[in-house]
Design a protein around this ligand. Structure first.
Ligand code: NAP
Length: 352
């Protein structure tokens, strides 16, 4: 099979680098273009990019010349790691010109005709693509993945939502520094400190899960009905967002029921052979002091989320701790998995 040519928009940033790393040996996709801001255009990727993710920069990208983010690239699929201040119109230009865009940016996540997608959770929302193309007259389309904290949260909620229902949820996050991009939070602000505010984050966490767990009805998603209260904090870890969650269920369940629902969750993807899909999307640990970012963030190559400390909650019904890798499951890995689902469902072939 010839590999599908893909590009990365915003390839020199924190998420862009993860894309480059994860796409370097991808069995279906090959990197054909890398873009960044004016600062970097015309430079080689090796010179433009201050590489901060684990392992070496893949050798073949070092000499690739960084291009402008204009839809004149020899690619069928664009991964977007652009900052929200510029992502909206650039992604639209690519979609209008016939490219598939798999985006990390927040701009289009809540557009009624744009799928906000986690393949294990709501693969049927891909049907919005046809509606999007028809309404907007685009040859291509945009799909989005959720905010990093939502990506891991909704994966853990899915089996509970399906099995027991959820009426209310409290989530308190402890978010790693890489979530703020590069160079991110100044060291003198975060060393010896926790910052109890991340702009815009609580709103995303209170809203995006409702669309993801919602039902596609006709040409729109009817959002799930539950109350979510989110409190977000930046902490001095490098990678891996930790979340302390309490849930009120729609029906009675024992702790064993809850653990079994989480542990046995596989999602609908197992037969599709998507290269980035983890064998076990949710891993449950029984040790009292797990999960921990440093020890558990790479579970399932960063695509599994890890749940621990499942126990009764005296305020709501149950509480637990959740960990996910923010630049893999929460960003680049999520967008790549979305693109694999697009390919498996024939949406990329249609663009030929
Ligand atoms: P980042 O480290 O600040 O990187 C931004 C990238 O965009 C760089 O490649 C930068 O290029 C490029 N860029 C900036 N302005 C541009 C412009 N006008 N035109 C073209 N390219 C431009 O940010 P990040 O953390 O990777 O985040 C990227 C996106 O993913 C954001 O929308 C963010 O909200 C989202 N996201 C991030 C995470 C995470 O864990 N970090 C998780 C989920 C979603 P230069 O190097 O040339 O400046």
């Amino acid at each position: 099979m010839d590999k599908i040519k893909v590009g990365v928009l915003g390839a020199t940033g924190m998420v862009g680098q993860r894309f480059v790393q994860l796409l370097a040996d991808h069995p279906w996709f090959e990197i054909a273009a890398l873009t960044a801001s004016e600062r970097s255009v015309g430079m080689t990727y090796g010179n433009a990019c201050h590489w901060v993710v684990s392992d070496e920069m893949p050798a073949f990208v070092k000499e690739v010349v960084v291009q402008e983010s204009k839809p004149e690239l020899d690619c069928r699929l664009m991964f977007s790691a652009l900052p929200a201040k510029v992502a909206g119109p650039i992604e639209e230009e690519f979609a209008a010109a016939g490219y598939a865009v798999s985006s990390n940016a927040r701009n289009h996540r809540l557009d009624p005709d744009v799928p906000l997608l986690v393949p294990e959770v709501n693969p049927d929302h891909l049907a919005l693509i046809e509606i999007q193309r028809r309404r907007r007259g685009w040859k291509g389309f945009i799909v989005t993945n959720p905010n990093c904290c939502t990506a891991q949260l909704v994966l853990a909620l899915k089996p509970l939502w399906d099995r027991f229902g959820i009426t209310a949820l409290s989530v308190v996050t402890m978010q790693a520094l890489s979530g703020a991009g590069y160079p991110g939070v100044p060291s003198l602000d975060i060393l010896d400190n926790i910052i109890p505010y991340i702009a815009g984050e609580e709103g995303k966490l209170e809203r995006e899960p409702l669309k993801l767990l919602g039902r596609l009805e006709g040409e729109a998603v009817r959002e799930a009905e539950m109350i979510i209260s989110a409190q977000c904090h930046r902490v001095a870890t490098r990678e891996g967002h930790l979340e302390a969650i309490s849930v009120k269920l729609g029906q009675e369940a024992s702790r064993e029921d809850l653990v079994e629902a989480l542990q046995s969750f596989r999602g609908p993807l197992q037969d599709l052979g998507l290269p980035t899909a983890p064998e076990r999307p949710i891993v449950v640990r029984e040790e009292l002091d797990r999960p921990q970012p440093r020890l558990d963030r790479d579970e399932g190559k960063g695509m599994s989320v890890v749940v621990g400390r499942v126990r009764e909650c005296p305020v709501l019904d149950y509480k637990f701790i959740l960990l996910g890798h923010n630049t893999i499951r929460g960003a680049a890995g999520a967008a790549i998995l979305n693109a694999e689902l697009l390919h498996a469902e024939g949406y990329l072939e249609e663009l030929d």
